[in-house]
Ligand binder design. Structure first.
Ligand code: P1T
Length: 385
């Protein structure tokens, strides 16, 4: 269905990339569970499809839907968020240099340092809240700047437009991992990014039932190169996953509103708690980059990170006592999750870097879900005690 570019987010979420099935009128895009497509004669295909690693109609619908939500021309989907990250890194060659945001998901840190650095990609980690440090990190051979905002797990907010300006001085591509915001809260292409990356596993999937990733770009040349890598490496999602993600994006705007509302209340409750040393939430006036968040994001998201008073003992007690919050890695699902980054999601980050970033034993990360917020707060009250 053609959806006007100026249509609202909810309209795009429900309709973009999808039309009722012409054969049956089915309102949902069917699961085209097929690996291949019959040809009329060698090389003469029936429609647009010849093999499902290259393309599949259910996947095409998802890619078009995600592109519309990010306000981009092209979408590509992958078997996981890290597969999407890897596809971007495959645009580079040995000897190229990357400026990488210092606080990123542990698996992102791992693929940069332990997979691509081995292949000859140079990496400089930088605190991108420090613009002078970022400028100083740029080199003549810097080909990529990788931003994550808000960062995982310390929720630093990076000014995408300011970073893009710095990257352009060296003609470097700017990629933004927009997983924590989802396209409902932030559209990095509007702020000068070239590539937007998502883990579909999180808010876009929203129900903790599938692993996937996505890239959205405007530039035809970058898209052509990424499409070639997607076809050549084959890190594509299964068709059932594509269907699940398509179903989930239809409710993204409604879910995100509730995530933001609940997280704001949880953050305010925790900030007033005498057993909590510090709360990091971009929506709190106490957040060091609150003004940038207010300018760049349409809402402050569902992630809240706290420093408890005490150490590992206090963290463990809280994590073992919660009942509604589930102790698990991941985020962005309808159910609330809680985790210990130093031991869980960021265990693969070297200890000295974790210490520098403040990923300490008393740091606890919450993914606030869309349950009744009073129940969530009561759960935390019991657990923090
Ligand atoms: O798990 P996967 O779909 O491969 O996504 C990787 C990924 C990419 N980017 C960000 C910002 C992420 O948070 C993640 C995955 N993160 C977790 C599993 C986590 O608990 O933080």
């Amino acid at each position: 269905m053609h959806i006007d570019e100026n249509a609202g987010f909810g309209t795009k979420a429900i309709h973009a990339g999808q039309s009722p099935d012409p054969a049956t009128g089915a309102i949902c895009t069917p699961i085209y569970q097929t690996s291949t497509y019959v040809q009329k004669s060698p090389g003469v295909i029936v429609g647009e499809y010849d093999y499902s690693r290259a393309a599949n109609p259910t996947r095409t619908a998802l890619e078009a839907n995600l592109a519309a939500l990010e306000g981009g021309r092209h979408g590509l989907v992958y078997s996981s968020g890290v597969a999407a990250t890897g596809a971007v890194l495959h645009l580079l060659k040995a000897g190229d240099h990357v400026v990488l945001c210092d606080d990123v998901y542990g698996g992102t840190n791992r693929i940069f340092h332990r997979v691509f650095q081995q292949l000859g990609i140079d990496i400089t980690l930088v605190d991108m809240t420090d613009h002078d440090a970022t400028k100083a990190a740029m080199r003549d051979n810097t080909k990529l700047m990788w931003i994550e905002t808000p960062t995982n797990p310390t929720l630093k907010v990076i000014d995408i437009a300011a970073m893009a300006e710095i990257a352009k001085t060296k003609n470097a591509m700017v990629a933004v991992d927009n997983t924590f915001c989802s396209p409902y809260l932030q559209n990095p292409l509007q702020h000068g990014a070239d590539i937007v990356c998502h883990s579909l596993t999180k808010y876009l999937g929203g129900h903790s039932d599938g692993i996937g990733g996505a890239l959205i770009v405007n530039d035809d040349e970058i898209h052509k190169n990424l499409k070639f890598i997607q076809l050549s490496e084959g890190a594509v999602p299964g068709i059932q996953e594509c269907f699940l993600f398509l179903r989930s994006t239809k409710t993204l705007h409604v879910r995100m509103d509730r995530h933001c509302e609940n997280a704001a209340k949880v953050a305010a409750y925790l900030e007033a708690h005498d057993k909590v040393e510090r709360v990091i939430y971009p929506g709190l006036p106490s957040h060091p980059q609150h003004a940038i968040a207010a300018k760049q994001m349409r809402g402050f998201g569902g992630m809240v990170t706290i420093y408890l008073k005490g150490g590992l003992g206090e963290s463990r007690k809280m994590l073992e006592t919660v009942k509604i919050f589930a102790l698990a890695e991941s985020l962005g699902g309808v159910e609330s999750l809680i985790e210990h980054p130093a031991i869980m999601t960021h265990a693969s980050v070297p200890a000295d870097q974790r210490a520098k970033l403040g990923i300490a034993d008393n740091l606890v990360r919450l993914s606030v879900g869309i349950e009744d917020v009073n129940d969530l707060i009561a759960d935390l009250e019991t657990a923090i005690g």
